[in-house]
Design a protein around this ligand. Sequence first.
Ligand code: NAI
Length: 397
Amino acid sequence: MKALLLENIHPGATRVFQAAGFEVETVPQSPAKKLLAQMMGDVAVLGIRSKTRIGPDILQRAPRLSAIGAFCIGTEQIDSSACSAKGISVFNAPYSNTRSVVEIALGEMIMLLRGVFENSSRLHRGIWAKSAEGYHEIRGKRLGIIGYGNIGSQLSTLAESLGMEVGYCDIEEKLSLGNARKYPLKELLGRSDIVTVHVDGRESNRNFIGEKEFAGMKEGVIFLNLSRGFVVDVEALARHLRNGRIRGAALDVFPEEPESSKASFSSVLQGLPNVILTPHIGGSTEEAQAGIGDFVAERIVAYFATGSTVSSVNFPVYHPTGRTYLHRFAHIHENIPGMLARINEVFARRNVNIAGQQLVTRGTIGYAIIDVDGPCGKGILPELEAIPNTIRARLVY
Ligand code: NAI
């Protein structure tokens, strides 16, 4: 089976696929659509990062494609519904760069509370201005985390180990780690010395932190956004930085980000003192890239070897457990009544005993795993595929 890996995916992924017996072709960039369509004929696994867009036009040209790996966090570049309709499972790495984001956030908090960038740039200009006034430790400060998911909750643990008092808010019920306490948003904004945003990119979070929220923050607060650019109204942020309510800020994401490193960048936040601007590098470390490469490749290899759909973004979750039998079949079908009965009928006609079976569903897709303890004879796969409303059937082993 062939894996085609685009966009400079970490070499660790190639090693994982090769060890599992895949033939691997790597392409450093994202090929133009037409060229990619021509390359898809014999590809079983496609690995991409954020630049390659996958829609029905590419899928139509990929008759052997079973899995797509998004070697990144987001999967917006992939038409997941079109993949589901063709029985193609999409995998990503939801938390392989979590630690990288947390580390840069903590570093920036310290830099901002100590005015490190201002002091450094003054010294570059030859000005020696040694002072303790207005500079603080992060120990004992109140940290307000908005969005207590993978990143927010890990930040909570590390911040607490540095002596911070952690509060958070989330729209979902979350387990408070360590001594962290949950607060309503308004209260959290009003009590925190540092506010950091780690919500996800759902559309309802557009301009979630704007004029009203900044006005409700403590005088002299430090503000960070390393989540998504559109979550924060940067015009309002710039106003409050100028009027001094916000004493410092770190922004890694912006409402408009250049498509490539060649394009220029402009923002109302440029030139403001004690503001750290970084080009969406929160999760960009070699450790994170290596972690993503291994994580996604291993999930896809497991999908082929056992039928496991753990970490698939569009398939129902099947987590293999227990003993293995002689053969395992995977049957992907439309999620409608009576499918399991029809599948079982195929095995019963051949007098094959089903030793274990599991059906999981998600939205429009049903995913049945059938374990049998004896030989099935030739031709059973076409029979499974011929069941009406079948999307795809496969002999796992
Ligand atoms: P996650 O999905 O694990 O956590 C997001 C949390 O925010 C969830 O618990 C959710 O319930 C909560 N949430 C959503 N809307 C909310 C709202 N309006 N109020 C309060 N809570 C809300 O996501 P994860 O992995 O922690 O990532 C967080 C953000 O960081 C995402 O936007 C992601 O795109 C971004 N990110 C940025 C990187 C960078 O390079 N700067 C790298 C990795 C992730």
